[in-house]
Design a protein around this ligand. Structure first.
Ligand code: SPD
Length: 289
């Protein structure tokens, strides 16, 4: 067994983001390296290709913000698509909404699902046995390209950084398909990287999502183990920025079970756009006009 005092680090732009950990599994699927570790600070955790994805005592910082602004804002929430999210945390938070009738979870790497179900079972929790949850191991990009028009109320992209299997989750043609899949009143959500550690990727994504959907707004929060710790999720909609207006009954039904998200937190997190990003987005909008 590996030394329990080993440092496990993600390195990004010549900075290390690390934790003391014991390695539980470290294997290669046909798509990527998958590592499960026990960390002293945040419990059991998952890395893909050496990048921190989730940990038992941090996952709520990520999964609540990517889900509830969309699930509380969409006109209807009967049909939900989650692309990626093989640890099950995003599906779990979606399925806390009683109005969800069917959730299609499309994860490209079946081994991620297997290992998370075995080693990080609490993250997916009840989602794995919920009859509303339909898991497909397959390519989410191909799924988005072939699903019928207006087939989902909410589409959530819970992918990794733009490298390896997740690379195609950041481009115009993928976003255009996601827009096509939305029913009227639908909301799209995606993790949109760090405004500090991945600033250009973040700005480019928000800009592109505004072009494709018409309305797109980043929400800012923290996932301590990710590069810089400062993270964002971007919500987009076609008819109106519905993600800013949580339905009171839906919000009340989930808020008491949340650690991070609340309607008040969400309002502040949308407002917390750093001034430099606000200027950059305004400049590009002015240039396009
Ligand atoms: N840099 C990490 C970005 C990871 C986004 N996805 C995390 C998966 C959690 N369900």
């Amino acid at each position: 067994m590996t030394d329990p005092q080993e440092w496990v680090d993600e390195t990004h732009a010549q900075v290390r983001y690390g934790m003391v950990a014991r390695v539980v599994e470290d294997i290669h699927s046909p798509l990527q390296r998958i590592t499960i570790v026990d960390t002293a600070a945040y419990g059991r955790a998952l890395l893909l290709d050496g990048r921190w994805m989730t940990a038992e005592r941090q996952e709520r910082h990520y999964h609540e913000p990517i889900v509830h602004p969309a699930l509380c804002g969409a006109a209807s929430i009967e049909r939900v698509l989650v692309i990626g999210g093989g640890d099950g945390g995003t599906a779990r938070e979606c399925l806390r909404h009683a109005g969800v009738r069917q959730l299609d979870l499309v994860e490209i790497d079946g081994l991620v699902v297997d290992l998370c179900r075995r080693h990080l079972a609490a993250i997916g929790g009840a989602a794995w046995s919920d009859p509303r949850c339909h898991l497909t191991v397959g390519d989410g990009i191909a799924w988005a390209a072939s699903a019928p028009d207006a087939s989902y109320d909410v589409v959530i992209v819970d992918g990794s950084d733009p490298a390896g299997p997740a690379e195609g989750l950041f481009n115009r043609s993928f976003f255009e398909h996601c827009r096509r899949l939305l029913r009227p009143g639908g909301v799209f959500a995606t993790q949109s990287e760090s405004p500090e550690a991945f600033r250009q990727v973040h700005v480019d994504m928000v800009r592109l999502l505004r072009e494709v959907f018409g309305h797109a707004d980043p929400l800012y929060g923290w996932v301590p183990m990710y590069p810089s710790g400062w993270w964002s999720w971007t919500f987009a909609a076609v008819d109106a920025p519905r993600h800013h207006h949580p339905d009171a009954a839906r919000a009340a039904a989930v808020a008491s079970g949340c650690e991070i998200w609340s309607p008040r937190w969400q309002q502040g997190a949308f407002a917390a756009m750093p001034a430099c990003i606000e200027r950059e987005l305004a400049d590009s909008a002015a240039a396009a006009a």
